[in-house]
Design a binder for this molecule. Sequence first.
Ligand SMILES: [Zn+2]
Length: 280
Amino acid sequence: MSLAELIAGIPENPRSRIAPTPSGLLHRGNAFNFLLTWTLVRQKQGTLHLRIDDLDSARRRKEYIEDIFESLHWLGIDWDSGPRNSTEQQNIFSQDLRLRRYHDLIQRLIDHGHCFACTCSRTETGPVYPGTCEAKNLPLDEPGTSIRLRVAQGEIVQIKDRVTTSFAIGPETGSFVIRRKDGLPSYQIASVSDDEDMQMNLIVRGMDLLPSTAMQTLIAEKAGLLNFKNASFIHHSLITKDGEKLSKSAGAESLRVLRQGGEEAAKSMRREFERWANAL
Ligand SMILES: [Zn+2]
């Protein structure tokens, strides 16, 4: 699908966001995601929000937050709401300030009987939760206990992408964590809660986040988050280097290194982005 066709397919005046996590340096793959989101929003006279997903206080670092702002300026991406610098991020926009909202959402899911407590470690469960604690009825508020959202074995989630996609969440993830053992809300809870409250209706992310979209959609369905349930998604292909997915330790592929090439390097990145975006 060409970029023009992609633009034609999304609604007018979309509300969307760029949502990097400050747990590493940004790379080419992040840049393409930001450029795609920005292009779609600007072509359709929409609104773009910058949201820095900084809930994981053990992994976030100020230098990674600075890297986000410097990368966006270098790429020529502007945004309509959200932090303008790391001080605003910390004082006004940090997800720490929204913890109450996240816990309210978790409580709502508990109150509706969708949750159970789990004492398994990650090594015990593997990538797909086998249901170990589901019938144990463990207390929800013991220290060292996580809370999972119950997913039926055959559960399937419909995702509204360019074409509607079925994701078999039962076999692919199983019941998943919504409150971690350390008491923090999971990434899925924070992300869906923010998207709901900020009334996002277009979410652009890599294919690697398809399971996340499925988990968040299920949360939205069970908690009645109407806005998120009606949002449109674009899951795009990932940028690879020699067939490997780029990671946040991408070294020479990091935007921090690429920025040293100045405006010329930014232009060349935008040309590469256009080639990529025309073959999505
Ligand atoms: Zn368990």
